[in-house]
Design a binder for this molecule. Structure first.
Ligand SMILES: [Cu+2]
Length: 246
């Protein structure tokens, strides 16, 4: 409750700041947009990913010539951090956005979720594909959405939707305990998941003052505040510190 209260207070403060800005620089429609771009880095020792043991199910193990590695922390030699969700956490006020009609897709192949981290919109269709010759079950364990648990036969597709915003919903399979991915559900379109180079691009933002957050499944969330004007691009760098033993 306390956290909700604080978030409301923060939202109010940002809303006031935004109103102040827009009264001096009235927003034009169409091309009048802002952008926040940048990268996410891991500072400190890059952890060696653990090997995943799939020997309990030969249908999974035989699909891999070399052991699959844990994707809990994926960073290259320079520290560029992959699978980080970067998003507008605050500053959009009460704007609303149409839900995309295109579904987003997650695939189970070789008893691994692809992609490992997936972002989508509230009430947007999530297609979960089973490309494996074995049974999986789709078991998201959200905190703010409805939990479900569906068995999924080889070669089939199931659909899910999430009614509320929530970042970092674990998706697991009870048949194969190593299978784990994370979903981030947003009520707006201003989010990105970092790729191999750790970069993100939040474009077509309305000019304003925003809290931008970066979420990583093991390292948590870091946030920064930024103001972008119309047709302005600003750069943000996020740094996570490698935790001992992670
Ligand atoms: Cu499975």
């Amino acid at each position: 409750m306390k956290r909700n209260y604080l978030l409301r207070v923060m939202a109010l403060a940002v809303a006031v700041a935004t109103m102040g800005a827009s009264s001096s620089t009235p927003a034009k429609s169409g091309t009048d947009t802002a952008a926040v771009k940048g990268g996410v880095k891991l500072e400190g020792a890059i952890p060696t990913p653990a090997r995943i043991n799939m020997s309990s199910d030969v249908a999974c193990a035989r699909q891999h010539n070399t052991p699959m590695l844990s994707e809990e922390i994926v960073a290259d030699k320079t520290g560029a951090l992959q699978n980080v969700v970067v998003y507008v956490a605050d500053g959009l006020g009460d704007r609303t956005f149409d839900v995309p009609t295109e579904p987003v897709v997650i695939t189970q192949k070789g008893c691994v979720y692809q992609p490992h981290v997936l972002a989508l919109r509230v009430n947007q269709k999530l297609e979960v594909i089973n490309s494996d010759p074995c049974l999986h079950n789709i078991h998201p364990t959200p905190a703010n959405n409805r939990e479900s648990n569906k068995a999924q036969n080889a070669g089939s597709t199931v659909e899910e939707t999430f009614a509320r915003e929530e970042i970092g919903i674990p998706l697991k399979c009870n048949v194969h305990p190593w299978m784990r991915s994370y979903l981030a559900v947003f009520k707006h379109p201003y989010f990105a998941v970092t790729g191999k180079d750790g970069s993100f691009d939040l474009s077509n933002l309305p000019p304003g003052t925003y809290t931008i957050s970066a979420w990583q499944e093991k390292l948590g969330t870091v946030s920064q505040k930024i103001t972008v004007g119309s047709n302005e691009t600003k750069t943000l760098q996020f740094v996570f510190k490698a935790k001992a033993g992670s």
